[in-house]
Ligand binder design. Structure first.
Ligand SMILES: NC(=O)c1ccc[n+]([C@@H]2O[C@H](COP(=O)([O-])OP(=O)(O)OC[C@H]3O[C@@H](n4cnc5c(N)ncnc54)[C@H](OP(=O)(O)O)[C@@H]3O)[C@@H](O)[C@H]2O)c1
Length: 242
C-alpha cells in the first residue's frame, strides 16, 4: 500500500461530515491537507481541529457549483497527490412529480461540477496520485430521480477518467447511503428521526453507517495503487433488498 505520509491531499468538502473525517484520518497518517468549502466558520473549525493534532492544513473558501470560483481555486492550488470531492446535492421524488429545474440543479451539482473538478484536477495531479469522488446508493430512479441519475453520472465519470488518466493516476468513487451527518442540518429533527428509522429497517445490516466506516474507504482508495475505475458502495447492502 502507498503511504499518505507527506502526501498533499485536497478535500473539496473537507470541513464537515464524511470529508471532515477523511481529513482527520489522513492527518493522522501524516498527510498535508487543503480543505475547500463554502462556509468560512466551518473551514476555520476544521483547520483548528487538524492543527490541534499537528497536521499541516490550509483552507480555501470556494463554492464549487460556481465554475469560475472553481477555476480560480485550481489556479491557486499547488500540484497535489490526491483530491477528494464531496460535492453533490441530493433530491427526493420521481420524474413525474419533480420540477425539471430541481432535477437539473442536482445534475449540475453531482455530475457537471464533478466533471469540471476532474478536468481541472487532472492538470494538477502528481504522478501516481488519485481522484476520489462521492456517489451514492439507496435511492431508486422512481423516488430519487435527479440523485439517481447524478450518481450514475459520477460512476460513469469515474470509469472514463480512470482510463483517460491511466497509467499516471487513478480515479474511484465511494457510494454512501443515507448517513447521519451535518448534511441534514436544515431538515427538522422529527423528519430526520423518521428517515433514520426508515433506513435502519431498509438496510439489510439494520443500522446506519458510522462516518468513520465511510471515511476509511476514501483512505483505502488513495492508498491502494492497483484500484481504479471503481465505485465502492459502503451502504450495508441496501441495494440488495427488494
Ligand atoms: N449524508 C448522507 O446521507 C449521504 C448519503 C449519500 C451520499 N452523500 C453524499 O456525501 C457527500 C458529503 O456528504 P456529508 O454527509 O459529509 O455532508 P456534509 O457534512 O454537509 O459535508 C459536505 C461538505 O462538502 C462541502 N460542500 C458542499 N457543497 C459544496 C460546494 N458547492 N462547494 C464547496 N464545498 C461544498 C461542505 O462545506 P460547505 O457547506 O461549507 O460548503 C462540507 O464540507 C455529498 O456529496 C452527499 O451527496 C451523503
Amino acid at each position: 500500500m502507498n503511504t499518505l505520509n507527506n502526501k498533499s491531499i485536497v478535500i473539496i468538502g473537507g470541513s464537515s461530515g464524511i470529508g471532515g473525517q477523511v481529513a482527520e484520518l489522513a492527518a493522522a497518517e501524516g498527510a498535508n491537507l487543503t480543505i475547500v468549502g463554502r462556509n468560512e466558520n466551518r473551514l476555520e473549525s476544521a483547520k483548528k481541529t487538524l492543527k490541534a493534532v499537528g497536521a499541516k492544513a490550509e483552507t480555501f473558501q470556494c463554492d464549487a457549483h460556481d465554475h469560475q470560483q472553481l477555476e480560480i481555486l485550481f489556479r491557486q492550488l499547488k500540484p497535489f497527490d490526491h483530491l477528494v470531492s464531496m460535492v453533490g446535492d441530493v433530491m427526493g421524488g420521481g420524474f413525474l412529480g419533480s420540477d425539471l429545474s430541481e432535477i437539473r440543479r442536482v445534475l449540475e451539482s453531482k455530475f457537471f461540477t464533478n466533471v469540471r473538478i476532474g478536468q481541472l484536477a487532472a492538470e494538477k495531479l502528481n504522478d501516481q496520485g488519485s481522484l476520489v469522488f462521492t456517489s451514492g446508493t439507496g435511492g431508486r430512479a422512481q423516488d430519487a430521480s435527479g440523485s439517481y441519475v447524478g450518481n450514475l453520472g459520477i460512476n460513469a465519470l469515474v470509469e472514463g477518467l480512470a482510463v483517460e488518466l491511466a497509467p499516471k493516476a487513478r480515479v474511484n468513487a465511494v457510494s454512501p447511503t443515507w448517513t447521519l451527518t451535518p448534511f441534514w442540518r436544515d431538515v427538522p429533527t422529527i423528519q430526520v428521526e423518521h428517515i433514520q428509522s426508515h433506513f435502519k429497517q431498509k438496510i439489510p445490516l439494520k443500522r446506519l453507517a458510522q462516518i468513520e466506516e465511510l471515511a476509511m474507504t476514501y483512505i483505502f482508495l488513495m492508498k491502494n495503487g492497483f484500484v481504479t475505475g471503481q465505485h465502492i458502495a459502503v451502504d450495508g447492502g441496501i441495494m440488495l433488498g427488494s
